[in-house]
Ligand binder design. Structure first.
Ligand SMILES: *Cc1c(COP(=O)(O)O)cnc(C)c1O
Length: 366
C-alpha cells in the first residue's frame, strides 16, 4: 500500500462544500484584501489562542520579522535561537540586522534547553526565540524566568504548534509578541501562504498592524516605513472554516502518535518522541531517530511510504550562515539530530491500516 507523507483528504473532503462556499462568498463580495474575513478570522484566532490580539500577515516568516521589528530589534543585537530549528527563525533575526546566537536543545525533547540559555547571554543579548519544534511546547516557565531575570523579550515561533500547551497555557500566548504560520501543511493550514502575529500587548499589536500595511493605519497616511504583508480575504475565509476543526484534528494526530509510540517501542535502535513533563505535543510531525536513517528512508521509499527529514542541515551549517564561521561540531546536539531524524507519515485521519503498514515496513527493515 502506497502511503504518502501527508494526505489532506480526511481533513478537506468533509468540509469541501463549506470551503468552496466561503471562497465563492469572497469572490462575490468583491473585496479581496483586508476586509471582513480577515477581521473575523483575527478575532476567532485570538479566541482560540487566548490572546488579546491577532494580526493576519502574509506568511510565518513575515510574522517573525514583523514581531522583531515591533520590538525595535537593532543591528548588532543578539537573539538566542535554537541550534536545531527551521531556518525561518534565524532569517527573521538576520532581516533586522541582529545576530542569531544558537543554543542547543534538550536531546530528549529537541526543544530549547532552558538550562543552557544563561551561558549564551552577553551584554548585547535582547531576546529569546523559543520554537515549539515538531508541535511540542517548549518549557516556557523556565524560559520566561531567564528572560525576566535578564530583561529580555520572548518571541515564540509557534508555526508548528497551534493548540499546544505548557502547563495548560497555549503556545503563542507567552511571549511579548509571537508568530505562527498557516502554510498548507501546518496544523492549521491555508490553501496557500498565510501567517499571523499574536500578542497580549496592545502597543506591540498596533505596531505590527501598522507595519503589515505600508506603515499605515489611515489609507495614504504613513506613520513608519512599513511593508506589504497582508493576509488575504480568500485565505482568511478558508482558515475560518478550518479553525473550528483544529482541536479535533489535533486529537487525531495525538491518537496516531500514541499508536506509533506503542507499535514502534523497542524496534531496532529507534528513538521515539519524548514529551516533557508540563508540555503537550500536537504532533505537527512524528519524528523518530536512528543511526541508519538514510537506509531506513530508502527502504520505506521502496515500499511506497513517504518520509521527510526535518531538517537535514542545521542553520549554522547552511551556506547562508557561513559568515558566522560556526564550524562543524560547534553544536553537536543539533548536528546529531540532523544526521539521525526521520519524520514518519502523520496526518489527522490517518487510518490504522496506514499506520500498521508503516510499522510493518519499519520492522521488516530492522
Ligand atoms: C513553517 C515554519 C516557519 C515559516 O512559515 P512560512 O509560512 O513558511 O513562512 C517558521 N518557523 C517554523 C518553525 C516553521 O515550521
Amino acid at each position: 500500500m502506497a502511503i504518502p507523507f501527508l494526505s489532506f483528504s480526511p481533513q478537506h473532503d468533509p468540509i469541501r462544500t463549506e470551503v468552496l462556499a466561503a471562497i465563492a462568498g469572497v469572490y462575490d463580495k468583491q473585496w479581496y484584501v483586508l476586509g471582513e474575513q480577515v477581521k473575523a478570522f483575527e478575532q476567532e484566532y485570538s479566541a482560540f489562542n487566548q490572546v488579546g490580539h491577532t494580526i493576519g500577515v502574509a506568511n510565518g516568516l513575515d510574522a517573525l520579522h514583523l514581531a522583531l521589528l515591533a520590538l525595535d530589534v537593532q543591528a548588532g543585537d543578539e537573539v538566542l535561537v535554537p541550534s536545531n530549528t527551521y531556518i525561518a527563525t534565524w532569517l527573521a533575526v538576520s532581516f533586522v540586522g541582529a545576530v542569531p546566537v544558537p543554543v542547543e536543545p534538550n536531546p530528549a525533547t529537541y526543544n530549547l534547553d532552558p538550562a543552557l540559555l544563561e551561558a549564551a547571554i552577553t551584554p548585547r543579548t535582547k531576546g529569546i526565540m523559543p520554537v515549539h519544534l515538531y508541535g511540542q511546547a517548549c518549557e516556557m516557565g523556565p524560559i520566561i524566568e531567564v528572560a525576566q531575570r535578564h530583561g529580555l523579550w520572548v518571541v515564540e515561533d509557534n508555526a508548528q504548534a497551534q493548540g499546544a500547551t505548557w502547563q495548560g497555557q497555549l503556545t503563542g500566548s507567552f511571549g511579548q509578541v509571537n508568530a505562527t504560520s498557516f502554510y498548507p501543511g501546518k496544523n492549521l493550514g491555508a490553501l496557500g501562504d498565510a501567517g499571523a502575529v499574536t500578542s497580549n500587548d496592545e502597543e506591540l499589536a498596533r505596531k505590527v498592524h501598522t507595519l503589515r500595511n505600508y506603515g499605515s493605519q489611515q489609507k495614504y497616511y504613513n506613520e513608519v516605513i512599513g511593508y506589504n504583508s497582508r493576509l488575504d480575504e480568500l485565505q482568511a475565509a478558508v482558515l475560518r472554516v478550518k479553525l473550528p476543526h483544529l482541536n479535533a484534528w489535533t486529537q487525531q494526530r495525538q491518537q496516531v502518535a500514541a499508536r506509533y509510540d506503542e507499535l514502534l517501542a523497542g524496534v531496532g535502535d529507534l528513538v521515539l518522541p519524548t514529551v516533557a513533563v508540563g508540555a503537550s505535543h500536537v504532533y505537527h510531525l512524528y519524528v523518530v531517530r536512528t543511526a541508519r536513517r538514510e537506509a531506513l528512508q530508502q527502504h520505506l521509499a521502496q515500499a511506497g511510504i513517504g518520509t521527510l527529514i526535518h531538517y537535514p542541515v542545521p542553520p549554522h551549517r547552511q551556506q547562508a550562515y557561513a559568515h558566522l564561521q560556526l564550524p562543524a561540531g560547534a553544536f553537536p546536539i543539533a548536528e546529531e539530530l540532523a544526521a539521525t531524524c526521520l519524520s514518519l507519515p502523520m496526518w489527522p485521519g490517518m487510518t490504522e491500516e496506514h499506520l500498521t503498514a508503516v510499522v510493518e515496513a519499519i520492522k521488516t527493515f530492522f
